[in-house]
Write a protein that binds this ligand. Sequence first.
Ligand code: NAP
Length: 259
Amino acid sequence: MTILPCMKHTSPVALVTGANKGIGKEIARVLATRGFTVLVGSRDLARGEAAARDMAGDARALQLDVTRADSIAAAAARIREELGRLDVLVNNAGIARTSTDGTPASLDNILRESAPSRAPLALVRAVFETNVFGVIAVTQALLPLLREAPAARVVNVSSSLGSLTRISAPDVPHRRVGGVAYAPSKTALNAVTVAFAQELEDTAIKVNAACPGYTATDLNDHSGTRTVAEAARRPVELALLGPDGPTGTLSSDAGPVPW
Ligand code: NAP
């Protein structure tokens, strides 16, 4: 039997992790209106399928739990087999807490649970597993496809809580909320962004981090003051960067954010 090589999909392909709801769903929705075939990453396939159905354009659910090596490998294999290309990777999936006791994800609860003096190491590890190690693992698994694209873009959805400059300023609201888990995980994600950007600086791939701003989603029990449409703006711009765009940066839709 002759095995035919996979034909490359004709439209550019974008994968957004954690795209079944919140900011990731909006990033995916917008990219699908910009001519991308969008893979709606979701650790629960049915929730990803429901989200994809809400989107105009070519949006397809892809089972992907960024903390599971088997799920990452299966997702990468499926993209290679079914589409043969990947042009944009948005590492959006993220968590701020692990509580399953039904208490709301209010800023007070996040702050209390991740207080440096008493946060359980299991919480810190779980937050890093998703927000940092998950990004490294997913990016590594997909880099072979991204390298084959003419000008791939990687966007890491970070947070201004990961900016040591910002959270050290006494007048910044909520500066302590990320405690010893969420905020340090985003600081590490910023460093991971720079590391990937530097290794890839001789390629056409650009790797940048975006701060969506304080946005009303399940992550913060919808206490955020921005809409998902506003939050998705900078990640989408970074996904669509032209050849003269930057790499290895951290920014929001208001401009550069200090490290
Ligand atoms: P959200 O509504 O809670 O959405 C988070 C998404 O990540 C969900 O789809 C969730 O899937 C997914 N996810 C969590 N763990 C995952 C895993 N192991 N594998 C795959 N997907 C996983 O929160 P959001 O506010 O949209 O957050 C999106 C990103 O923006 C995060 O990186 C967050 O840190 C960042 N951010 C948010 C704010 C804000 O104010 N909201 C501010 C700055 C940065 P499930 O539905 O399965 O849980």
